[in-house]
Design a protein around this ligand. Structure first.
Ligand SMILES: O=c1ccn([C@@H]2O[C@H](COP(=O)(O)O)[C@@H](O)[C@H]2O)c(=O)[nH]1
Length: 291
């Protein structure tokens, strides 16, 4: 009689271990035209492939997580998406966690299909975690969140994005006085309750930009109680500094997974230089977030 397979370790626990080993950096793969050309490559499928595989070689086994930005692959159609799927597979084979930045969100049946596409057992573009948009209501994400829990994967729900325009929606107040961002954090806290009771990081994280200044405190977004990881874009190219990370995430620094794309990618195309820059930023962020 064959034994049942072991259930997968939850994403939150796997991320916690990876951050402890490599430092809390998520290196982005953002092959936008300017960057691809600055590496001396042509902005076509061949250039996209060279750029992406250079990143995979440099970041695999070197950082806690890698975040490909789906848009830069989708723009090349089916062949670009196939390349994205290959990069996700190669990073998994290298033992490196992937966060696919796709910002999906829709009514329940469609959220279910999005979940199967990226988080299901047989997902064609399987990632360890994906970004989700809660602006059709946090509850509409339920099928994808439940599937992530079942398959040991994770999600990062947009709460306070790094762009200034996000405030129009995310700073708004609900009838009960809570901010939209605060309510999303409360919903994530409920989904992370089990992990918290085991002393683990939850698998439902939030996206909170390192650029948001005092908004976390002003809007009553309770990040420590949320209990999941915080994907924090905005460091470097968008202007956030180490001091910003310390002040924005005070009280929740151990949950922060800082994300940086352009600031690291500018060190390419040499694989060793790219890896060295990623390691340098990972060490800087580890120093910032150390208690
Ligand atoms: O609030 C958000 C959510 C996602 N992003 C994405 O992160 C990277 C940032 O790139 P940098 O070059 O480090 O500025 C990019 O893929 C965005 O789409 C974000 O910036 N803000």
């Amino acid at each position: 009689m064959s034994a049942d397979p072991l259930p997968p370790l939850p994403f939150g626990a796997r991320l916690q271990a990876a951050m402890a080993e490599y430092g809390p950096l998520c290196a982005g793969i953002d092959p936008h035209r300017g960057l691809v050309e600055s590496w001396g490559l042509t902005y076509d499928l061949a250039g996209l492939e060279r750029f992406t595989m250079t990143c995979v070689e440099a970041f695999g086994g070197a950082v806690a997580a890698v975040k490909p930005q789906s848009a830069f692959f989708e723009v090349f159609g089916a062949k670009g998406v196939a390349l994205l799927e290959r990069a996700l597979t190669d990073l998994r084979d290298a033992g490196t966690l992937t966060v696919l930045d796709v910002k999906r969100g829709d009514i329940g049946t469609t959220a279910d299909a999005y979940g199967e596409a990226f988080l299901g057992t047989d997902a064609p573009a399987a990632a360890d975690a994906i970004t989700l948009s809660p602006y059709l209501g946090y509850g509409s994400l339920r099928p994808a969140i439940d599937l992530a829990h079942q398959t040991g994967r994770g999600v990062f729900v947009l709460a306070l994005t790094s762009n200034p325009e996000g405030a129009q929606v995310q700073h708004a107040r609900l009838a009960d006085g809570r901010s939209v961002a605060g309510a999303i954090a409360d919903d994530a806290a409920a989904d992370n309750a089990g992990a918290r009771s085991r002393g683990e990081l939850g698998s439902v994280g939030l996206v909170v930009g390192a650029t948001v200044g005092s908004a976390v405190a002003d809007l009553g977004v309770d990040l420590p109680a949320m209990g999941g990881p915080i994907l924090a874009p905005g460091l470097g190219a968008q202007g956030a500094t180490a001091a910003d990370v310390r002040s924005v995430f005070a009280g929740a620094l151990g949950q922060v997974l800082a994300s940086s794309s352009r600031d690291v990618l500018r060190a390419g195309p040499d694989v060793s230089s790219l890896r060295a820059r990623a390691r340098e930023v990972a060490t800087q962020v580890a120093d910032i977030t150390a208690a």
